[in-house]
Design a protein around this ligand. Structure first.
Ligand code: MLT
Length: 212
């Protein structure tokens, strides 16, 4: 049996053609947190949901931080690489295509770091309440990768300027970014669910009818 490097949940696909989703929870969450969201936004997709390995006062996260919004960037790099290695392991063990990451808060930040450091690990990413994970954005080719960013206009944790800077950096790397600021706070809302569902459906529409 395969020994995996992350505790995780895996739910096999029941509908061929739906993209696999890599679900990445927020601080204090775990591998069960985003399974209902994954099922709701893309019914029948394979779901791969790891638990962050870093503990902050007993709360799982995907990388260390020095204070709220102040990241240990050496750890961000190390953990983004570890997580990308896990995705490769899981793809081999479960026979998956590259997944689309769906990350919330700390999970969105590690997904953004993976895009910048190990772009081959992800087919695309939906970043819910993300901020810039690395102060110096690495040069990377994200041509053709779809990225959805949903920010909150009333988010007390993430300054609008910071989210905008991430969107600009990803766009400059060639990603196909859709960045929307919703009239909500840091928590997930019904509008996130609708936005995610629509964005994933557009991907399927494009795959079914490739534009030339
Ligand atoms: C982070 O630490 O990744 C961000 O501050 C978001 C959070 O987890 O609260």
């Amino acid at each position: 049996m395969t020994e995996f490097s992350f505790v995780h949940r895996y739910i096999p696909a029941t509908e061929p053609g739906r993209p696999p989703l890599l679900l990445l929870h927020g601080t204090g969450g775990n591998e069960d947190d985003l399974l209902p969201l994954g099922k709701a936004i893309s019914p029948g997709s394979a779901l791969l949901s790891p638990r962050g390995k870093v503990l902050e006062n007993g709360m799982p996260r995907f990388f260390r931080r020095l204070a709220e919004g102040v990241f240990d960037e050496a750890d961000v790099r190390k953990r983004a690489n570890e997580l990308a290695d896990f995705v490769a392991e899981a793809r081999k063990a479960y026979g998956l295509e590259a997944p689309i990451a769906v990350g919330f808060s700390n999970g969105a930040n590690i997904a953004a770091a993976m895009l910048l450091l190990r772009p081959e690990a992800l087919a695309g990413a939906a970043l819910l309440r993300a901020m810039v994970p690395l102060s110096e954005m690495p040069k990377v080719d994200l041509a053709g990768k779809r990225v959805l960013m949903l920010s909150g206009a009333m988010d007390p944790i993430i300054p609008a300027e910071n989210a905008a800077r991430l969107a600009t950096g990803l766009t400059a790397s060639g990603a196909l970014i859709e960045h929307r600021t919703l009239p909500v706070g840091h928590g997930l809302s019904q509008m996130d669910l609708q936005g995610l569902t629509k964005w994933l459906a557009e991907d399927r529409a494009t795959a079914d009818n490739p534009r030339v």
